[in-house]
Write a protein that binds this ligand. Structure first.
Ligand SMILES: *Cc1c(COP(=O)(O)O)cnc(C)c1O
Length: 459
């Protein structure tokens, strides 16, 4: 009998709760600081930007948080997503390892981002918000939130990092089709955008700058507009845990349990989404799954950055949090995995890496695209360049298992498809893509870029 390839759940298996790692994490969260005073923030400060339900989720220590029924109803459009055994990739590698992937590209906008977009739009609508502002890098977040805002009847302004705006016009057209307004960031519309352009009229932009612009517009709107972030924050990681909860059930259907769970990391949300339910099983039920976060060598916040307090954005308007960071005014090289071009990392994930509960590795651009090509040639699916980082590490794990002659069960999250990323594949196919690593000088300069935080409370 041939081996089963797809492990599918029914709509009844869509999780009814999100899982909150902060109920079980052995590391206490560091305080969130006001960007002006560098003192711990009050909920009042956050309520300028976010509706109260999301602020409560941000600080909650409840283990499970109910998913509102209207959100589950939208989830039915693509959830549960399939879990697929990459048998053809296994054969091509000649590995005894079993490789599974959870396919989040099955959502209408093509990535895991829809999981939190719908939830955030729902809570904003319920709180009376009229419009949202946000940033987008590669455009997946903007696309997902555009769809969600259209569903919920909210207006949306998207500040899109300029390099991506230029590299990926079709992502913009998609957002506009859903009714969003899209601007190439830095723009002339905000003070933070204007000051960046005054210093560098050709600025390629960055997620840090785009966040500043979106935050500035929401903060100046007198409450009509709120700000929405597609990664990094606790409530975003929380919403993504549907990925891991479904995967646990699907691995059960496959009669296997992963030795290693892998995801790419930009701000940390899709990785946390698949990994945190498995971390719960490690912490509470004696499992010993290794959890591996994969970042680009061009923006190596977890592997080369400092674990320190830093601003979430470039113009220093967003809260200061303790995280692995390359410095808030660091402008990453224009690698093609736009969704991974962020200077920082989710504080909750950073704390878990610092505590040794999650591993981190960095992979280079060319080896990442080579992995993506092999995956496309064997599994027939062109992954998002971001997701290809997870594929690279899954392949490395499978090759290591082969060298050791051991059976290893590998699960990775395929966070999105690459159907809008074909210009990057074209560059790779024509040999124009280069490894775009960070210089030693960039690394040495990180401490000078960080704010001087003097907390009386132990950090
Ligand atoms: C945004 C994005 C990422 C990176 O963001 P995380 O919050 O780290 O998940 C990775 N993959 C895809 C497809 C994305 O759209």
């Amino acid at each position: 009998m041939s081996e089963q390839t797809r492990f599918l759940l029914s709509e009844n298996d869509i999780p009814k709760t999100w899982y909150n790692i902060n109920a079980d994490s052995p590391v206490a969260p560091a305080p969130v600081l006001h960007p002006g005073t560098l003192e711990p923030v009050t909920p009042d400060f956050l309520s300028v930007l976010f509706p109260m339900e999301l602020i409560l989720q941000e600080i909650s220590t409840e283990r499970y948080i109910d998913i509102p029924e209207p959100v589950r109803e939208v989830y039915r459009l693509w959830r549960p997503t399939p879990l697929i055994r990459a048998l053809r990739l296994e054969r091509a590698l000649g590995t005894p390892a079993h490789i599974y992937y959870k396919y989040e590209g099955a959502s209408p906008s093509g990535s895991h981002k829809s999981n939190t977009a719908v939830a955030q739009a729902f809570y904003n609508k319920a709180a009376g918000t009229r419009a949202l502002t946000t940033e987008t890098g590669a455009g997946q977040w903007g696309s997902a939130l555009s769809m969600a805002c259209q569903f919920l009847g909210l207006d949306l302004e998207v500040y899109m990092v300029k390099v991506s705006y230029d590299q990926k016009p079709y992502r913009r057209f998609l957002m506009e089709t859903f009714g969003a307004q899209v601007f190439a960031s830095p723009t002339q519309r905000t003070q933070s955008g204007r000051s960046i352009l005054a210093a560098d009229p050709n600025s390629p932009g960055s997620l840090g700058i785009a966040i500043s612009e979106a935050v500035e517009v929401a903060a100046a709107s007198g409450g009509a507009k709120k700000y929405s972030l597609g990664s990094v924050l606790n409530h975003v990681l929380l919403h993504q845990t549907v990925i891991g909860e479904e995967s646990l059930k699907q691995m059960d259907l496959a009669n296997e349990y992963p030795d290693v769970v892998i995801g790419c990391v930009g701000g940390g949300s899709n990785f946390s989404g698949i990994a945190f339910p498995f971390l719960r099983e490690n912490l509470r039920n004696g499992q010993r799954t290794r959890l591996v976060a994969v970042e680009p060598a061009a923006t190596p916040s977890l592997t080369r950055g400092l674990y320190a307090f830093d601003y979430g954005d470039t113009a220093r308007m967003a809260p200061v949090v303790k995280m692995h960071t390359l410095g808030h005014d660091f402008i990453p090289p224009s690698i093609h995995a736009g969704g991974l071009r962020y200077h920082g990392m989710a504080p909750t994930l950073s704390a878990l890496v610092d505590a040794g509960l999650v591993e981190a590795v960095a992979v280079r651009q060319l080896e990442t695209f080579e992995a993506a090509r092999l995956f496309a040639h064997t599994e027939g699916l062109v992954p998002a360049p971001e997701s290809a980082h997870a594929i690279r590490t899954a392949i490395d794990e499978a090759l290591q298992a082969k060298a050791l002659g051991e059976k290893r069960v590998i699960l990775f999250n395929l966070s999105g498809h690459g159907n809008f990323d074909l210009a990057a594949y074209n560059a790779f196919n024509s040999g124009a893509l280069e490894n775009d690593d960070l210089s030693e000088e960039d690394i040495a300069n990180i401490p000078a870029r960080l704010p001087q935080v003097n907390l009386s409370i132990p950090a």
